[in-house]
Design a protein. Structure first.
Length: 405
C-alpha cells in the first residue's frame, strides 16, 4: 500500500516547503495543492538553477509526477498561464500530468483591485493578489468557478452580475473607478484553453488515484499561523492552511492522509502586519534577514525575523497532528554568537532559553552526526520541547543539502 503525505508550514509561511516537497516528489506519483493561490511562492533550487512556483505544485519538476490544483485553491488564470508557459519553455511537459479542479474559484481583475484598495484601509499587508476578495465571493456563493468556462453564455451573465457587485463596492465604499464587465469577461475567456485542457472533477480524480494505489503528496501553502480560523486573526490569509484544509480543498477523506510533515525554520519570519512576539529589531534580526535572504518570493517584501517560538510551534504541531518535524535553514544560524528559543510567556512577553552558537559551517551537511555538537543540542532541545522528532533537517537551498534521519 502506498503512503500519502501532507507537508505544511507550522509558522507564518516561507518555511521552505517547496524544497522539501520537491525532495520527496521524486518517489511520489501525485502532488496536490489544496488551498491558497498565487500569493504563495515556493522556491526550488536544482543544479544551481532557481525556480519559483506560485500556483503549480512543486512536483511538476519531476517528469513522472502528476500534479493537481484542488478546489480549495483560488485561481488566477493569467498567473497560471504565465507559469505554465515559463515551465514549458524549460522543457517541462504538462500533457496528461497536470489537472485543475472544475470547482476552483477564479480570481478576477476586480478581486485584485478590491484587495489593493481594501488593504489601504485595513492594513493587513496582503500580497495584493486578490486572494481575500476571491474567497469572500466563494463563501458568498457568487464566485465564478473554472467549470463555468464550459458554458460561455451563462459565464457572461455570471461575470456581469459579479462585476456589477464589485463595482458597487469599488465606487461607493472605496471611491475607486469601476471595471468594465466586457473587459473582465474577455480577460477570462482568453484563458479558456486552461479549462479545455486541464479541468477535471477533483474528488473523482482523487478516488481513481487512491483506488489505483498511487502515492499522493498534499502540498500546503502559507503556514498554520496564517490559517483563517486558527491563525493570528485578522492578520491571516483567507484559506484553511492547517491539516483540515486537505479534505475540503480536494474532496478526500482524512483517513487517506498517512503522514503529516510539519515544517519550521530554525528561527521565525513573518511578512506583512500582525503579532510576532519573538521578533528581533536588533543586529541579530538583521543577520538572520541577510544570511537567510529573507525577502518574499512573491512580493519581494523584506521579511520580519525573530527567534524560534516553541510555544507556538508546539500548538501548531498539535493542531495539525504532525507526525514528523522538518527543520529548515539551520545553516542560517551558523554565525550567531548566541541563539534563543521562546519556551514560555510571562504577561505576554516571551521567556527565552539561551544557547551558545556553534559558530561553524553546517551548510550542505547531510548526516546528523556530522553537525557540530551545539547544533545537535539545539535540535534535540526543540524535539523534546515540542514532543516530535525532526526526521528532516535542511542545511541549504539545494535538493541535496538535506539530512534525512
Ligand atoms: P493574502 O494571502 O495576500 O490575503 O495576505 C494575507 C497575509 O498572509 C499577509 O500578511 C501576507 O503577507 C501573508 N501571506 C500570504 N501568502 C504568504 C506566503 O506565501 N508566505 C508568507 N506570507 C504570506
Amino acid at each position: 500500500m502506498s503512503e500519502n503525505t501532507l507537508i505544511l508550514g507550522l509558522q507564518w509561511g516561507d518555511e521552505g516547503k517547496g524544497k522539501i516537497v520537491d525532495n520527496l516528489s521524486e518517489s511520489i506519483d501525485v502532488v496536490c495543492r489544496f488551498q491558497g493561490g498565487h500569493n504563495a511562492g515556493h522556491t526550488i533550487k536544482v543544479n544551481g538553477q532557481k525556480t519559483v512556483l506560485h500556483l503549480i505544485p512543486s512536483g511538476i519538476l519531476h517528469n513522472n509526477t502528476k500534479c493537481l490544483i484542488g478546489n480549495g485553491v483560488v485561481l488566477a488564470l493569467d498567473a497560471l498561464y504565465k507559469e505554465i508557459k515559463h515551465l514549458q519553455a524549460k522543457g517541462i511537459s504538462f500533457k496528461d500530468r497536470f489537472f485543475i479542479s472544475s470547482a476552483c474559484s477564479l480570481i478576477l481583475p476586480t478581486h485584485i483591485t478590491l484587495d489593493i484598495v481594501k488593504d489601504k484601509k485595513e492594513s493587513i499587508g496582503t500580497t495584493g493578489r486578490g486572494i481575500g476578495p476571491a474567497y469572500e465571493d466563494k463563501i458568498g456563493r457568487r464566485a465564478i468557478r473554472l467549470g463555468d468556462l464550459g458554458d460561455l453564455k451563462s459565464l457572461k451573465e455570471k461575470i456581469y452580475s459579479l462585476v456589477k457587485y464589485h463595482n458597487r463596492l469599488l465606487e461607493n465604499i472605496y471611491q475607486h473607478k469601476p471595471h468594465d464587465a466586457d473587459e473582465v469577461f474577455n480577460e477570462v475567456v482568453k484563458y479558456k484553453e486552461l479549462h479545455d485542457k486541464y479541468c477535471i472533477d477533483s474528488p473523482q480524480t482523487m478516488h481513481q488515484w487512491i483506488k489505483n494505489d498511487k502515492s499522493i503528496l498534499f502540498e500546503g501553502a502559507q503556514g498554520t499561523l496564517l490559517d483563517i480560523d486558527h491563525g493570528t486573526y485578522p492578520y491571516v490569509t483567507s484559506s484553511s492552511t492547517t491539516a483540515g484544509g486537505v479534505s475540503t480543498g480536494l474532496g478526500i477523506g482524512p483517513k487517506f492522509i498517512d503522514k503529516i510533515i510539519g515544517i519550521t525554520k530554525a528561527y521565525t519570519t513573518r511578512v506583512g502586519e500582525g503579532p510576532f512576539p519573538t521578533e528581533l529589531h536588533d543586529e541579530s534580526g538583521s543577520m538572520l534577514a541577510q544570511k537567510g535572504n529573507e525577502f518574499g518570493a512573491t512580493t519581494g517584501r523584506p521579511r520580519r525575523c525573530g527567534w524560534l517560538d516553541l510555544v507556538l510551534l508546539k500548538k501548531a504541531i498539535f493542531m495539525n497532528s504532525v507526525t514528523d518535524l522538518c527543520i529548515t535553514k539551520l545553516d542560517v544560524l551558523d554565525e550567531m554568537q548566541e541563539i534563543k528559543v521562546c519556551t514560555n510567556y510571562h504577561n505576554g512577553v516571551p521567556v527565552y532559553k539561551n544557547f551558545e552558537g556553534w559558530l561553524a559551517k553546517t551548510e550542505g551537511i547531510t548526516t546528523f552526526s556530522d553537525l557540530p555538537e551545539k547544533a545537535r543540542l539545539y535540535i534535540q532541545f526543540v524535539e523534546e520541547f515540542v514532543e516530535c522528532s525532526a526526521s528532516i533537517i535542511s542545511t541549504g537551498p539545494s535538493r541535496n543539502q538535506t539530512i534525512l534521519r
